[in-house]
Structures are given as C-alpha cells and as structure tokens.
Design a binder for this molecule. Sequence first.
Ligand SMILES: O=C(O)CCC(=O)C(=O)O
Length: 259
Amino acid sequence: MIATDLRQQYDKQGYVIARQAVDAGLAAETADHVHWLLKKHPDTRPEQLHHNLLVDDPFMHRLAGDDRLLDIVEQFIGPDIALFAAHYIAKRPYDGQAVLWHQDGTYWPLEPMEVTTIWLAATDSTVENGCMRVLPGTQNNKLLSRAELQDVDDGKNVLASGIHPSQIDDSDVVDIELKAGDVSIHNPRIIHGSNANTSDKWRIGLTLRYIPTSTRVKNADHANILFRGQPAPGVDNRYAVRPRFVAGEHMPFSGSENW
Ligand SMILES: O=C(O)CCC(=O)C(=O)O
C-alpha cells in the first residue's frame, strides 16, 4: 500500500495493515527474543514482557529502530520519533490470555495524546490463536478515563480492567489476521482487544508505541528511546543510552557483534 493510502485508511478506520513490513528472518529473531526473555525471567507470563525488560536490550533497540518501521511511523507522527513503550504480548498455546476491550490512551501519561502503535507479528496471528480485534471508527469516540472502566482482576486477562460490555457494539468487529513480518498500526483511541489463545500455536505480537518528541511523557523517570530527529525544545523527556551488545548477557542476533 502506498503512503497516502496507509494514512487515509488509518484516518477513516483507526487502523491499517502494512504487509511484510519486516523480513521473515527478523520476525523469527523477534520470536526467538521472546523465548530467550522467558528463559531469563521464568516467573513472568509471556503476555507481560514489558518495557522495563526491553528498554536497555540491544535487540529491542535494533528492532524498534529498524528503518522500515520508522519510515512507516514517520507518515503518522512526523520525523522526530521516539519510542515511549515496547511490550511483547505473547500468548502460549492453549492458555494465552485475552485482552479486554480498551482504548490505549486511557492508560498513558502523554500530553498531547499524539502517539501511534505498531503491532508487529512475530508469528502468524489468526482468529484461532487470538489475534487482535478492532472496532473501526471508534477512534472518534471520547477517550474513557480509568474510572469509567470495569475492574476484572481475575488473573485471566492481560489487562486487569476494560470497557464495560454494555458500552461495546461489536457488530462491525474486524479480526486483524497477520502473517509473521506484517504489522498493523492503530490509533490510541480505537477500541480493541483480543480473545484467548486456545489453539496449539504460539501467538507472538510486539506492541511498539511511538511518539513525536513533542509529546511529553508525564513521568520524569520514564526512559524513552530516541530513534530519529531531535528532542523537542522545552519537552523534558528522558532518553535511554543506546546499549552495547555484551555476549552472554544479551541475546545474539544478526549483526549483534557490531552493535
Ligand atoms: O496483542 C493483543 O492481543 C492486543 C494488543 C493491544 O491491546 C494493544 O496493542 O494495545
């Protein structure tokens, strides 16, 4: 899809898909990274591999800073690009958790709420293994506050709160089925979620939340990653130092010896 079509569909529907955004080799390394992290953090569920485990990881810097991804992101947020959060939502076969309906922006301390998510498929993501689902057009809804969500803290969901089912009309739901290496891009206000993985296959997705450097992260301690362009004057976001690859400490990847 050409750039203007990507943007037009995103503006109308609140999401868009870019096929084969990265090559099969990089998608496979991304899946390997999840399995490597799970060995390193055996008490962490695969849906909960959050930013704090990734922000100083050389492979994450290599992946999230890939020019093919940044060229897509630039069409949505312009040339000064930082990563505010990365999070693997990996669902194991048979017991991968569901994600309750939500709008991402509800949870984020960003001012303004200018941010776009790349959801990168490291494995195929299908209806059977719990692909992401969206309600197109809901990016035009008001952003709900946390107080307006329902708590569902039953340990069976990736999020402990979500939008009350009475507020959801899922008659137009779209299942975002992706092949490994595809990405979907979504707006912070679109209502989305996913079902549990009851299949015999892994579903590994990586969410990458990119902001223009002019978006302020209202948490002074939070480490972002600057990938392109310049910090915005007067916006005091903190940026992580690019980590050096250390054999034995980090996952080896293609080119890691020179990282
Ligand atoms: O990975 C999923 O199933 C849901 C993703 C999601 O909620 C998000 O990207 O905000």
